[in-house]
Design a protein around this ligand. Structure first.
Ligand code: UD1
Ligand code: CA
Length: 459
């Protein structure tokens, strides 16, 4: 087995994005563009991945992390010059080096793998990826001889009419015999008027050396269009979205309207779940089987069990066990954990709280830093007053507690099991089990015997 390394060119300034952030850090399909290239390089067997970075290098490093190596291209002197920057890092360390761009998120991993496979089979100096298209997109033209062998790549800017008519285009993705690449790359001549070194000139050098050039030709232009402007960015977003949605549908999920369903790469959805329009599933989200999600719902970094129903709600960093239903207009914030069968009606908000199975919270409530036992009923408009202006405090509500409408629970506070809180009560002190708390501030009365409760320290 030969050793494979990848070089990802990502030093270009991306001027046409008109952005203060490096082009390759713009997210597409939910993740920074460059990570698509890094992942594809890895998935195609690259043991070493070298990113050629320029402007915004620090930010790129922060995003791509230390799983990849970085080389800095100080001046953008062309693709040949960019690739040359990786020589020191890789010379002698790999038998095969493939080159791709950091701004080509729609390139399929299978395509890259096909390219590498062909290269390994035939062992030419270089195997290049080409595409046939009537629209030249400004790409370099692939020139072949009568026998069909690739002889050169000619850039559009310097091509005459005959060459301009060629419909086979260079995609900018190549697989090289590494020792030959590192030996010959410094010989790429400078091209005027821009004073750039073209990686495409390696094709001519291979021919000069009497080495073969292989080409793998694809037909799907969408894969290799690259991103230079925000228009391209939106197009790539659409392509990736379509692919993800198709894969999800083929795995047994119903999307009522794929065109308005936004699922990021990496999200998993179980069989027989139905997703309604304008639903956004983001980040590390996992959805179980037979759920109904949406319409108008955002789920981010959240784990949802089986048979859950979520309508017009926003869920962030939350956990839902099976059979939970939320909405319309529910909001789960980080740390919300809803046990099996929890019901959360309209305009509820839960943050950093656990609701045990069977608990119900019908309307207009806020629970923050709270822990609720099983089968608690949270009346409409109940609020945990968890913040005193400086610190957050916990609220504990034990099993079977019944909270009347409009109750304020001033944390830290504990409500014992089976207790009842009267409507409008402001609970400032712990409520014993099986007792009733009522009024403002709440007084306490034993439930079972109906007597004044052990609230003896009351004045
Ligand atoms: C290049 C090819 C062209 C091909 C096209 C496909 C050359 C000379 N031409 O053209 O044949 O059809 O890609 O998209 O290679 N980059 C650097 N440093 C540089 C210059 C470029 O890192 O100094 C990076 C860019 O960030 C970009 C990639 O290399 O990701 C391609 O550069 P770009 O200027 O877009 O190449 P093209 O002129 O479009
Ligand atoms: Ca380009």
């Amino acid at each position: 087995m030969s050793k494979i390394a990848a070089v990802i060119l990502a030093a270009g300034q991306g001027t046409r994005m008109k952005s203060s952030r490096p082009k390759v850090l713009h997210p597409v399909g939910g993740r920074p563009m460059v990570l698509w290239s890094v992942d594809k390089a890895r998935a195609s067997g690259a043991e070493e991945v070298v990113l050629v970075v320029g402007e915004g290098a620090e930010a790129v490093k922060e995003t791509a992390g230390d799983e990849v190596r970085y080389v800095f291209q100080e001046e953008q002197l062309g693709t040949g010059h960019a690739a040359l920057q990786a020589r020191e890092a890789l010379a002698g360390k790999a038998d095969t080096v493939f080159v791709l761009y950091g701004d080509m998120p729609t390139l399929r991993t299978e395509t890259l793998q096909r390219l590498i496979q062909r290269h390994e089979e035939r062992k030419p100096a270089v195997t290049m990826l080409s595409v046939t298209s009537e629209d030249s997109m400004g790409f370099g033209r692939v020139v072949r001889d009568e026998a069909g062998n690739v002889r050169a790549i000619v850039e559009e800017a310097v091509a005459g009419p005959e060459i301009l008519a060629i419909e086979e285009l260079n995609c900018g993705v190549y697989c090289f015999d590494a020792p030959w690449l590192w030996e010959r790359l410094p010989d790429v001549p400078v091209t005027q008027p821009k004073g750039e070194y073209y990686l495409t000139d390696m094709i001519g050098l291979a021919v000069e050396d009497g080495r073969t050039v292989e080409a793998v030709t694809i037909r799907d232009v969408e894969e290799v269009q690259g991103i230079n402007t925000r228009v391209h960015l939106a197009r790539a977003e659409g392509i990736l979205r379509e692919r993800i949605n198709e894969e999800i549908m083929l795995s047994g999920v119903t999307l009522i309207d794929p065109a308005t369903t936004y699922i990021e790469a990496g999200v998993r959805v179980g069989r027989d779940t139905v997703i309604y329009p304008n639903t956004h599933l983001q980040g590390e989200t996992v959805i179980g089987e037979e759920c109904v999600i949406g319409p108008n719902t955002i789920v981010r970094d959240t784990r949802v069990g089986d048979r859950c129903e979520i309508t017009a709600s926003v869920l962030e960093e939350a956990v839902l066990e099976d059979d939970v239903d939320i909405g319309p207009f529910g909001h789960l914030r980080p740390g919300a954990h809803l046990g099996q069968g929890v019901h959360m009606g309209n305009f509820g908000e839960v943050k950093n709280s656990y609701l045990a199975p069977g608990t119900k919270m019908g309307h207009f409530s806020y629970l923050g830093d709270a822990e609720l036992g099983e089968d608690v009923n949270v009346g409409a408009g109940t609020i945990t007053c968890n913040y005193d202006g400086q610190r957050k405090h916990p609220t504990v509500i034990e099993e079977r507690v019944f909270i009347g409408s409009g109750a304020m629970l001033v944390a830290p506070v504990r409500v014992g099991k089976g207790a009842k809180i009267g409507a409008g009560a402001v609970v400032t002190r712990d409520v014993p089990e099986e007792s009733l708390a009522y009024g403002v501030p709440a007084r306490n009365k034993g439930l079972a015997r109906g007597q004044e409760a052990e609230d003896d320290d009351e004045d």
